[in-house]
Unconditional design. Structure first.
Lengths: 217, 295
């Protein structure tokens, strides 16, 4: 089944066109890497799909057409973005950051805490356990990235769109992040991975979408 | 006995600071906007109820219900029209413009409306719980309105503190203010939270104005004064934590009463502000000021 179908999508910021007429599909269970040099529109593709940037064209998630500009719809229909620069809530604890991922499917703190998705997020990143009570803003860059991915997992995503997960991280930490992503993909989550370094992404991704000057090659 | 009476008087005054501090802190947490108009909602609540009951002879419950409905609708409309344009529109305002100006303007606007409608006299809503002061032991007493005011402060402060700490929706509210983008990614409707909390705190302020006005009496200008004192207490809670804002409000009230009673009735206020300023300078972090100045 097609998890994500992007047809003729253009993303613009004011008068600046960042992505022009992009089309591609991602099958369920697949991992696709979006690669290309910096500033060529990789992140804009994700922002457009998630509904965070103005877009034209159609985006279908598991067959349902996503209304443009509605990030909440996207989150509730199974596509969760792990954005560039993580976008955590710095004063809330790491645990609160992660559990808020559950907000896309429940309003009950109890249900969220007992959920499989939340449990899975904590299990994948077991090393976060001693730091769960700490304010997210005080964690190291690597830990923050793990919290961001864990928050994505807590939303029980069917498609996880991860934007530059290793930006600014040390090599050892990057490896650890990729190890976790490999596991997440192996255990059934469809991945859309934006990565400047295709070599790293292609460890998991079977296929890549190359973006140059806002155009999908 | 003098000490106990002063503390009770301080708690009642402190409740006034505390309620507004809680309102300011909670809404700042969700929207990053300081609500300088919160006291004006209280003033308007008191004046409108007084007018409806004494001048137009409405029954008290109907007057209160009508006033609250009006305040709620107005707050909703203000968010829908002005704040939406300011914060969500294409030309998003940021920094000090959004933090201060829109609610500052609102404060003047409400004052003006109140002046036209109710004139410049001192008004007070009818007491909700009439009768003599309650005597706790002989020589120690508390006004009935004071009990309501204190109750109002403690309940609202604790309610919001528990809401943020224990519910997912409370955490989502806090997340909205901390990272707008990060909140929307997980499906949090940040605009809705901003709107709901704005309306709820406006209603809370109005209820409080109705309850409290029999003690102090309000004019159309009272709102700004109350906002500023609430603001001060909220600053001691780092503009973020309703529980700390509540405690700070009550503590400032007690300090004010003790200084007035034991040191100087005339210079009590001045002395209090001096102490508060010294505390902020000496221990800014412990006082929770880091988030107010450091972002």
């Amino acid at each position: 089944m097609t998890a994500l179908a992007v047809t003729g999508m253009s993303v613009s910021y004011g008068n600046v066109l960042a992505v022009h007429d992009a089309s591609f599909t991602v099958a369920e269970g697949e991992c696709v890497a979006v690669t290309g040099p910096n500033g060529n529109g990789k992140s804009s593709i994700l922002l457009g799909i998630a509904g965070l940037a103005r877009r034209r064209g159609t985006v279908e998630i598991f067959g349902a057409t996503a209304p443009p500009g509605d990030v909440m719809w996207t989150a509730r229909h199974g596509l969760t973005l792990v954005p560039e620069r993580r976008q955590l809530y710095p004063k809330l604890s790491a645990a609160d950051n992660i559990i808020l991922g559950c907000y896309s499917w429940t309003r009950s703190a109890r249900k969220a805490r007992l959920s499989d998705a939340f449990g899975y997020a904590l299990e994948v990143f077991g090393e976060l356990h001693p730091h769960l009570g700490q304010a997210a803003g005080t964690l190291s860059g690597g830990q923050q990235q793990m919290v961001a991915i864990a928050r994505g997992l807590a939303s029980a995503p069917r498609i996880l769109a991860v934007d530059e997960p290793c930006l600014g991280l040390a090599e050892a930490v990057s490896k650890r992040v990729y190890q976790a992503l490999t596991r997440i993909h192996a255990e059934g989550t469809t991945l859309l991975l934006v990565e400047e370094a295709p070599r790293r992404a292609l460890q998991i991704a079977a296929r890549r979408v190359e973006v140059r000057n806002g155009v999908v090659a | 006995m003098k000490l106990a009476n002063l503390i009770i008087a301080g708690l009642v005054t402190g409740s006034i600071y505390a309620v507004f501090a809680v309102c300011v802190a909670v809404w700042y947490r969700v929207s990053n906007i300081l609500n300088l108009a919160v006291g004006d909602f209280a003033m308007f609540g008191a004046l409108a109820v007084d007018d409806l009951v004494r001048v137009r002879n409405w029954p008290l419950p109907a007057a209160i219900a009508a006033t609250l409905a009006l305040v709620g609708l107005f707050a909703y409309g203000y968010d829908r029209i002005v704040l939406r344009l300011a914060q969500d529109g294409r030309r998003r305002q940021e920094g000090i413009v959004i933090t201060f100006f829109f609610t500052f303007a609102l404060s003047f606007f409400i004052d003006g409306i109140a002046k036209i409608l109710y004139g410049t006299n001192v008004h007070a809503a009818p007491a909700l719980w009439g009768g003599n002061s309650l005597s706790i032991v002989s020589g120690l007493s508390i006004e009935r309105a004071g009990v309501l005011v204190l109750g109002c402060a403690v309940i609202s402060g604790l309610m919001f503190a528990l809401y943020i700490r224990y519910t997912l929706s409370g955490k989502a509210m806090a997340a909205s203010g901390e990272n707008y983008l990060g909140a929307r990614i997980v499906g949090i409707n940040t605009r809705q939270y901003r709107r709901i909390i704005f309306v709820v705190t406006a209603l809370l302020a109005a209820v409080f104005g109705i309850v409290e006005s029999p003690i102090t009496g309000y004019t159309y200008l009272s709102g700004a004064t109350i906002s500023v004192t609430g603001f001060l207490a909220a600053a001691y809670g780092g503009f973020q934590r309703p529980g700390r804002a509540l405690a700070a409000g009550l503590a400032i009230g007690i300090l004010e009463a003790l200084l007035g009673g034991y040191v100087s009735a005339q210079y009590g206020d001045t002395l209090m502000y001096a102490i508060l300023a010294a505390l902020v300078l000496a221990r800014p972090r412990a006082m929770g000021f880091e988030s107010a100045v450091g972002g």
